[in-house]
Design a protein around this ligand. Structure first.
Ligand SMILES: [Zn+2]
Length: 67
């Protein structure tokens, strides 16, 4: 089964990935967020795209920090 999720917000992307012009992101918004991270990792362009707290880190400092 092909299970793909957005790299930014983790939103499930059912169906064929070719349906998503902004793959591997679910939307242009997430694409811009990723771009913003590359331009300035310490600078939050749009902030977290999702309000759910399922990805909140234990330390609560940087939920989206991957390293
Ligand atoms: Zn997304």
């Amino acid at each position: 089964m092909n299970k793909v999720t957005c790299l930014i917000c983790g939103t499930a992307m059912p169906g064929d990935w070719t349906e998503y012009p902004d793959y591997p992101f679910c939307s242009k918004r997430c694409r811009m967020i990723d771009l913003g991270r590359w331009l300035g990792e310490s600078y939050r362009v749009a902030g977290p795209p999702s309000d759910d707290r399922s990805t909140a880190g234990e330390d609560g400092s940087s939920p989206d920090e991957s390293r």
